[in-house]
Design a protein around this ligand. Structure first.
Ligand SMILES: [Zn+2]
Length: 144
């Protein structure tokens, strides 16, 4: 059973406890406001507070939402990712661009992209390196 002050916060989308704040008008208690302890969102009245024990409130996110695989790149863009760039350097301390020497994301897109001549074979990896982005992009074959 849900605790009396448990809410499905519509501001942060989490199940959280609400903190009751009495509202006074002069010395007269006028009502209560409720504050989400997770994000601090303030509901001005009991009626406005999305208590969890209330009949299933509309939630922004449900557990039924399919876990969408991130496929943000089109095939044409895919090859322009830093991960496929000749300047992309991966070492145990992170990944960076060899041109700017800045930390970079494998999924980054860059004007100075230069196609890598061949798939990088890391010295410490076995002969058939696993595509580190396979999970992100799907099991595409790399024909560079
Ligand atoms: Zn909240």
């Amino acid at each position: 059973m849900a605790r009396p002050l448990e809410i499905c916060c519509t501001a942060c989308g989490r199940n959280a406890l609400a903190r009751a704040e009495p509202l006074y008008e002069g010395f007269q208690k006028r009502g209560e406001a409720f504050v989400c302890t997770a994000c601090g969102h303030r509901y001005p009245s009991r009626e406005a507070t999305p208590f969890a024990d209330r009949a299933v409130a509309p939630r922004v996110f449900t557990d039924a939402d399919p876990p969408e695989t991130v496929r943000v790149f089109k095939e044409s863009e895919r090859r322009r990712c830093c991960a496929w760039c000749a300047h992309f350097v991966v070492n145990p301390f992170g990944q960076r661009c060899g041109l700017t020497n800045r930390e970079t994301e494998a999924t980054g897109l860059c004007d100075r992209f230069e196609s890598r001549a061949e798939p990088a074979v890391q010295p410490q990896t076995p002969p058939k390196p696993r595509d580190p982005l396979a999970g992100l992009f799907g099991d595409g074959t790399l024909n560079t």
